[in-house]
Design a protein around this ligand. Structure first.
Ligand SMILES: Cc1cc2nc3c(=O)[nH]c(=O)nc-3n(C[C@H](O)[C@H](O)[C@H](O)COP(=O)(O)OP(=O)(O)OC[C@H]3O[C@@H](n4cnc5c(N)ncnc54)[C@H](O)[C@@H]3O)c2cc1C
Length: 299
């Protein structure tokens, strides 16, 4: 982390709410479910699928975790009512992983059951490396119960190759990401080149075993390599899609869409936008640089 990064992070709590709101507004649909559903409708008009994420993490107790699940159920019902092509994506600590693994499993299971009735898919997200084992165990158990769920794997972690091999047989839906959490060099790549190379290798392994792979990235050079791998393996629209974050590099999404690649947009919303933005920026100051560069570039 550079001195400037440290300085930027130290001043984050001092940034006035309206300025922070403006900084965040391109990346967050709004505070309410209605805002998020409107955004999904807009995206549908433009030819993009969606993913709903309620901002927040680390539910401190069971009651808070249960409240999060209630909000996700309402979100899913809203998606169904409006007939949108969207699903929900849920962080393990948001449904109580830090309270207990059993609580998180039972809440994911309850939510997946309701989503199953609505015909909707559920993505179990991946957080920092202290949660990886428990998250994969939860994912395995949900899969074993026949729930329509997917997981996320992070190419920066050395362990990910073994995790790909360790995923059980049967239908599989994996979102591949670089990994947003900066991890120690003992367990993770820290330079961009090996993170990219590992991303391509793991995606290839997943496609070779007939998994559906959600290629979540805004890195155009990486995407070119991934498209080449998909072509080489004879994979089509039913085998992969690109996934992107709301507000990040829209021209790239349009180019992928126009070239015939499916693209799904991650739409975060909720009242916890400020705490969430600050935590994310603290964990990975690179994002702060992206945002500042982007805002300056636009103004
Ligand atoms: C749909 C989706 C779901 C994700 N889920 C998870 C998850 O469950 N767990 C996890 O650890 N990580 C997750 N991530 C984050 C991911 O791990 C990366 O941190 C993030 O995608 C940035 O990496 P990149 O591949 O886009 O490459 P980068 O090299 O970081 O970015 C490529 C270019 O995209 C632009 N850019 C990237 N991110 C931003 C941003 N936030 N704001 C402005 N510009 C930006 C910049 O111009 C940059 O040069 C997810 C990402 C996406 C798109």
């Amino acid at each position: 982390m550079t001195v400037l990064d440290r300085l930027a992070i130290a001043t984050l709590p001092l940034i006035p709410r309206p300025v922070m709101r403006k900084l965040s507004s391109r990346y967050i649909a709004g505070e309410t479910l209605a805002d998020a559903l409107d955004k999904l409708c807009e995206l549908r008009e433009a030819g993009f699928g969606g993913i709903l994420d309620i901002l927040g993490e680390d539910a401190g107790d069971e009651a808070k975790a249960r409240a999060v699940v209630r909000q996700y159920r309402e979100a899913a019902e809203g998606v169904r009512e409006r007939g949108l092509d969207a699903y929900v994506s849920v962080k393990p600590t948001h449904v109580g992983l830090r309270v207990s693994e059993e609580l998180a499993f039972s809440l994911y299971d309850e939510l997946a059951g309701r989503l199953g009735e609505l015909g909707l898919f559920l993505r179990v997200e991946m957080e920092d490396h202290t949660t990886t084992d428990a998250t994969l165990r939860i994912f395995d158990r949900l899969r074993a119960k026949g729930r329509d769920v997917g997981c996320v794997l992070q190419s920066r972690l050395f362990r990910t190759q073994a995790d790909v091999t360790g995923l059980g047989e049967g239908e599989l839906n994996v979102r591949m990401v670089k990994g947003i959490y900066l991890e120690p060099p003992e367990i993770a790549h820290v330079d961009p080149v090996p993170i990219r190379d590992a991303y391509v290798d793991r995606s290839r392994e997943l496609l070779e075993r007939d998994a559906f792979v959600a290629l979540a990235t805004h890195d155009d050079l990486l995407a070119e390599r991934l498209i080449a791998v998909a072509r080489e393996l004879g994979k089509g629209k039913e085998d992969y899609e690109f996934q992107v974050l709301l507000g990040v590099r829209e021209p790239l999404w349009a180019a992928w869409r126009d070239a015939g690649h499916p693209v799904r947009v991650y739409v975060p919303y909720g009242p916890e936008w400020r705490a969430y933005s600050q935590r994310r920026l603290r964990k990975n100051p690179q994002i702060f640089r992206h945002v500042v560069r982007d805002v300056l570039g636009r103004s």
